[in-house]
Design a protein around this ligand. Structure first.
Ligand code: SAH
Length: 395
């Protein structure tokens, strides 16, 4: 077995069971290893710390499969991890209310670089690191066998694959379906998921419970859904009895699906207006029109993909939250989110606090939001936490 030997004192993060090993901690590779091959990791004194997938091109030089030096990394290993991940989802309360769940959440499910979402009878898989790429076939076989689904669409086209030296791959890896429109049900509402061309794997499953919460809060309210994508929050607000909903989204294909989603539910579609626009400028336009809202949702894309963009992202978050707070009627609520992992919750809160101060008037946090339970965060892997949100009440 090829061995990755660490520099003296660089084993600390592994002892805390963090799965990433950065190139700077590596003393040498003794033996040969190609991309995705399994290597033993030893500290400077020669003690074996675990087994990992080697990734020669990435700054994350190895991702740990197991901290048990006796555990074999073979098809059975992946089968076991997938089985465990799927059992966790089956036990979730949400599993009774939807047929769309994240089944595998990468590092937090002990499968670094693997994301699998289920949309009814179609799975969507992302292989985002050299290790899972190497074991792609056994992983696909186990997913079919354990989930009972016949089709797996691969969306291995995320930017992070480049850092691993991997080419993008998109298409059915197993089976076949209409990938452009997978029908799902979420708490009684119908949605169509474009797993082929939609964003990420096609739907933002992490916001499921927060969409539900908005549904509970929407009755009788004038609602603005900023960054609406395929209408998730807007349609929930409608189902919750909102008076009227304005949904703003810049992507034409997303809006096309949003309109189909609206039509797919037995609701009064005339209450929803979809606007194709840039939220930053549309908020100002609405202000010029003296528009007022009682509930505003802001669910923007990741403004800070890396730590280097945090300052710029902070300005963008402040801007949209400031204008949204100005558009809120007294007693109105703002459900505001950030999915930038590089913006920690306390920073996000202080950005929103700055926006509230500039908007004038009284504002308080009445609830906090996170990602749904099918997106677990392993305690040793805090990087897995990215989605946070605040429900702000304007006085
Ligand atoms: N709330 C949605 C997910 C939103 S994802 C849901 O629950 O399904 C963020 C969305 O913002 C994407 O659809 C993206 O196309 C859109 N977007 C990005 N920048 C934008 C901008 N400046 N103005 C309007 N929409 C934007």
């Amino acid at each position: 077995m090829t061995v990755l030997v660490l520099k003296k004192g660089r084993e600390k993060s592994l002892r805390r069971r963090h799965p990433w090993l950065f190139s700077g901690a590596v003393e040498k590779l003794s033996g040969k290893a190609g991309a995705g091959d399994t290597v033993d990791i030893r500290d400077a004194s020669g003690k074996v710390l675990g087994r990992a997938a080697y990734s020669p091109k990435s700054q994350i030089r190895a991702r740990v499969w197991t901290f048990d030096p006796a555990e074999a990394i073979d098809a059975g290993f992946f089968r076991g991890r997938i089985q465990k991940a799927l059992a966790l989802r089956e036990a979730l309360p949400a599993a009774k209310h939807t047929n769309a769940l994240r089944l595998v959440n990468g590092e937090s499910d002990g499968l670094p670089g693997l994301v699998v979402d289920r949309y009814a009878d179609v799975l969507v898989a992302q292989f985002l690191a050299a290790g899972v790429e190497r074991w792609r076939d056994p992983i696909l076989d186990s997913l079919i066998e354990i989930s009972g689904c016949e089709a797996i669409f691969e969306r291995s086209d995320a930017e992070v694959r480049k850092l691993e030296g991997l080419e993008p791959r998109v298409g059915f890896a197993r089976g076949n379906r209409n990938a452009a429109r997978c029908p799902i049900i979420e708490y009684g509402l119908n949605f169509r998921v474009d797993v082929e061309q939609g964003q990420k794997t096609g739907f933002f499953l992490d916001q499921r419970e927060n969409r539900q919460r908005v549904r509970e809060l929407a009755a009788g309210r004038e609602v603005l859904d900023g960054f609406s994508y395929t209408g998730g929050f807007a349609i929930n607000a409608l189902a919750g009895g909102a008076k009227r909903i304005t949904a703003v989204e810049s992507s034409a294909p997303a809006l096309e699906v949003a309109k189909e989603n609206l039509a797919a539910n037995p609701l009064d579609a005339s209450k929803v207006q979809f606007v194709q626009a840039d939220v930053f400028s549309q908020l100002r336009t609405l202000r010029d029109q003296n528009a007022k809202f009682d509930l505003i949702i802001l669910d923007p894309p990741k403004f800070a993909p890396t730590a280097a963009q945090v300052q710029k992202a902070a300005r963008a978050y402040k801007d949209i939250n400031l204008w949204a707070l100005k558009l809120l009627a007294p007693g109105g609520m703002l459900a505001t989110f950030s999915c930038s992992g590089a913006v920690p919750p306390d920073l996000f809160q202080s950005i929103v606090a700055g926006a509230a101060l500039d908007a004038g008037g009284d504002a308080k946090i009445i609830e906090r939001f996170g990602a749904a339970a099918d997106h677990p965060v392993a305690l040793e892997f805090p990087e897995g936490e990215y989605l946070k949100g605040l429900l702000v009440l304007k006085g």
